[in-house]
Structures are given as C-alpha cells and as structure tokens.
Write a protein that binds this ligand. Structure first.
Ligand code: F0G
Length: 456
C-alpha cells in the first residue's frame, strides 16, 4: 500500500498546554530577555522551533521502558540493554554513555589531543567548535562548494570538500576528521555515502582518525535512501550501519535521533582510546556504565534509537519537513534549498539587503519574528559564529513528534505576514557578551528604538 502522505504515524495520548500571548505582551518579554531568545521563558513561547534537541515526544514504548530502569551505580541492566542496542546499530564494540552530546565531544576530543593540532570537518557544530577551541585545537571547516549557494538543489550539500580535505591532511598535523551528519550548522543537509566513504579513505591514507558526529544519523540515512538511487532498496538501518562501518569512532547526542530528552554516547573501536575516555569520564560524569545518566534514561535511549530507524517514522519526519519547506517557498520566503531533515533555514540576507553583517540581521529577524508571532527560532549567523561568518540564517528546527500541521500552518502564515514588514527591520547591537558561545547568553538592543519589531 502506498504510504499516506503526511499522516502522522502515531496518535496523541497525552497533551501539553500551549499558551497564547499578544504582541504587546511579547514586546515586554523580549525586552526583559535583552532580545536573546535563549533568555525567554518557554511559557511565553507559542511555537518553539528553537531546537530539535531533547524536545521530542517520547513514545509509549519509551515511557514504559523508563520503569525498567535499573539505577544500580555500576553494571546496571539498563546499561547492557543500551550498550547492545548501540553495538548492533553501529557495529562498534566500545560504548560509553554521556549526559549529552557536548560532554561526549569534550571527553573524546580531550583523548585525541595528543594526536595532532587540527580538527577538520564538513562543518563543526557550535559546541564542538567551542570544545575544540577550549582544548587548544585549531579547526578547519571544509564544506562542499554547493553549500554556499543557498538556492542550489544539490541533494548532498552536507558533503565534505574532498580536494580541500586531502590538501589539509597533507599539510597539517590532524588529530581527527569529523563528519557531521547531517550538517546542522550548514543548513541541515545530508552527506552522501560516497562522500563519507571517500573522506574515510583519505583519513586511512593519511592516518588520521575518521570520526562521525552522528546525532542525526537516521535522518542522514533516510536522505541517502531517498536521494541516492544505489541505496533505494536498502533499509535506513542497513545504510546507517554501512556509514558507521567507515568510521573509527563516533559521538552522538541522543537528544536528536535518540528520540530522548537527555543523553549521549561515544562509540570506539580502539582499546587504548576506550580506556583513556573512561578515565576522563569517571571524574567528570560518572562511572562508565551510566556516564551521568539515570538507568531509566539509558532505557529510553535504547528504545528511541530503534524507533528513529523505523521507515514510517522517517518517511513522515522527512516529508513533513519537506512540506513545511515547500509551503514557505510557495510564500516566497527565501528558504535554504533543498529541505533539510530536522529544520528549515531562512536565508535572512536575501530579505534584509538594507542591513549589514554588523547589524546581525539573522538575530534581529529571529527576535523580531518572536515579537510578531510568538514563534521562537534560532539564529545561525554572525552572532553564533562571529562577524566573519558569511551566512545569516534563521533556523526553524522541528521537534520530533510534537507539532501538528496546524501548528506549522500558523508559522507559515505568520512568516508570510512578517515578511511584508521586514524591509523596516532594524539591526541590533550586542551590549554584553561572554567569552565563549556568546549566542546563548549575550544581551542585545535594537539599533533604532523605532524598529517596527519593537512597537511602542
Ligand atoms: N553535534 C551536533 C551536530 C549538534 O547539532 C549538537 C546539538 C551537538 C553536537 C551537541 O549535542 O546538545 O546533546 O550537547 N545541537 C542542538 C541544536 C543543541 O540545537 O542543534 P548536545
């Protein structure tokens, strides 16, 4: 039977209230939060598209698995279920639980510190970049040429630039090459199997560890299935396994394709690195069979990872994002092409030719759009990555199994209206910022108090 387009492959058993607010009220909220959407109480957000991380709805199978949680300090049964699920999916023998993705990064990158000066990547995520910097690594992002053109329909813009990769491997001392699948900071695009394979082969040739940041591994596998003809008859699980087989190690935030609210893990093949990572884990997060998680979290992740590989789930997940993307495109919103898996990205520069990078257009747009609609989005631009970053994107991330089509219709309608006023959008300036990861806590103000997004 053909799959019904866009029918959710689940029913809703439990609900959470959503609070309606007025534009006037949100103006005050925004001012109190110094125009930083991370500083807004979730209670004041109507549709929260800040992130797809840890914000998904768990299934009844996950909620019931929580009760099975074995909370023993060492050797809990929940750990062994978690471990064997991940071993089966990745084929890697050594599994270390961590409290989320960034602690996995910190531990793994710390253990790789002696192996070289540089980390190379298709594009590192912001926390990975921050951890790499704090550990003293130099970082080189080597995204595909196609990624620069936000209008191009190239299906695998998440690829790494292979020529540049080889050049960098020849000239630098490299501690690791990190392939982020899907490429979150670059537009949520997938990397193709052949590109991942070629990158892995280059790593082998130059003896650099090949690492996957695999937090959206199932979504990337689905894109390969649906966009690369050679894989159309393979299951997402099979494709995911073929990708993991290419890597020396991976780290994963279980808050994405683990369909869980917290958690992460590291997978390794190397015995020495396994020992080293465990030694770093214990003083920081806890014993190696819980890594900062409760036994019940390990259970929820084990079930979530399996569910994330189900075809009906992935079909719905990716086609509903594509539908959302298509509707925004039809409303002439300049979205980044093609549709990603976990988010739709708006190319704000195309809407704000009157603003320069020092006006932080994407941050201004995200703040203004919250005030206008109560929808929270996320800046991926000069605030997150610094003034030299060439793109000004606003990401509308879609939590898994949470919002229905009518919620997203509200977002589409609001963006359509907001777009009509956007030529009046004023720039913003930073009034305070911390030393690292400034986008989380920085304070901003409108450059011009008469900005329509800050109505009097
Ligand atoms: N790697 C990637 C590609 C990510 O997208 C994230 C988190 C992490 C690592 C870190 O994982 O949050 O569990 O510590 N991304 C979220 C986002 C926060 O909004 O895209 P974490």
């Amino acid at each position: 039977m053909t799959k019904p387009f866009l029918m959710e492959p689940y029913k809703i058993k439990s609900t959470e209230p959503l609070y309606f607010t007025t534009r006037e009220y949100r103006k005050k909220v925004l001012e109190k939060a110094h125009l930083n959407l991370f500083l807004i109480p979730a209670r004041d957000v109507m549709i929260d598209l800040l992130t797809d991380s840890g914000t998904g709805a768990m299934s009844q199978a996950q909620w019931s698995a929580l009760l099975r949680g074995d909370e023993s300090y060492a050797g809990a049964e929940s750990f062994f279920r978690f471990e064997s699920t991940i071993q089966k999916i990745t084929g890697m023998p050594h599994i270390i639980p961590t409290h989320q993705g960034r602690s996995a990064e910190r531990i793994l990158l710390g253990a790789l510190k002696t192996r070289g000066e540089y980390l190379l990547s298709n594009t590192l995520f912001d926390t990975t970049r921050a951890n790499a910097g704090l550990l003293g690594f130099k970082v080189l992002d080597l995204p595909s040429e196609e990624m620069k053109d936000t209008k191009s329909e190239y299906p695998f813009k998440g690829n790494i630039h292979l020529e540049k990769l080889e050049q960098a491997l020849q000239t630098h001392s490299v501690a690791g090459v990190i392939m982020t699948i899907t490429n979150n900071s670059g537009g949520g695009h997938p990397a193709d199997f052949e590109n991942i394979k070629a990158a892995a082969e280059l790593c082998k040739k130059y003896k650099a560890p090949f690492i996957l940041d695999a937090c959206r591994f199932a979504e990337n596998a689905w894109f390969i299935k649906t966009r690369n003809k050679s894989f159309q008859n393979h299951s997402p699980r099979d494709i995911a396994r073929k990708i993991f087989d290419l890597a020396d190690m991976c780290y994963v935030s279980a808050k994405k394709d683990g369909l869980s609210h917290i958690g992460g893990f590291i997978c390794l093949r190397d015995n020495q690195l396994f020992t080293d990572c465990k030694n770093r884990l214990i003083p920081l997060l806890g014993f190696s069979t819980y890594g900062g998680l409760a036994g019940r979290d390990l259970e929820a992740i084990a079930v979530g990872l399996e569910e994330a590989l189900e075809e009906d789930y992935l079909h719905y997940r990716i086609s509903s994002t594509a539908w959302f993307h298509g509707e925004l495109k039809a409303a002439s919103i300049p979205v980044v092409h093609p549709a990603g898996g976990h988010a739709v990205y708006i190319d704000v520069k195309k809407l704000t030719p009157h603003l320069s990078s020092s006006d932080h257009p994407a941050q201004a747009f995200a703040a203004g759009f919250y005030g206008f609609s109560g929808v929270r989005s996320c800046e991926i631009g000069s605030v997150m990555f610094g003034e030299s970053y060439s793109q000004e994107l606003v990401r509308l991330a879609i939590p898994r199994r949470v919002y229905t089509r009518s919620h997203l219709n509200y977002v589409i309608e609001s963006l359509t209206q907001f777009q009509k006023e956007v030529q009046h959008l004023k720039g913003i300036e930073i009034t305070w910022q911390p030393e690292v990861l400034r986008h989380f806590t920085a304070h901003f103000k409108w450059k011009d108090k008469t900005a329509h997004t800050s109505p009097a």
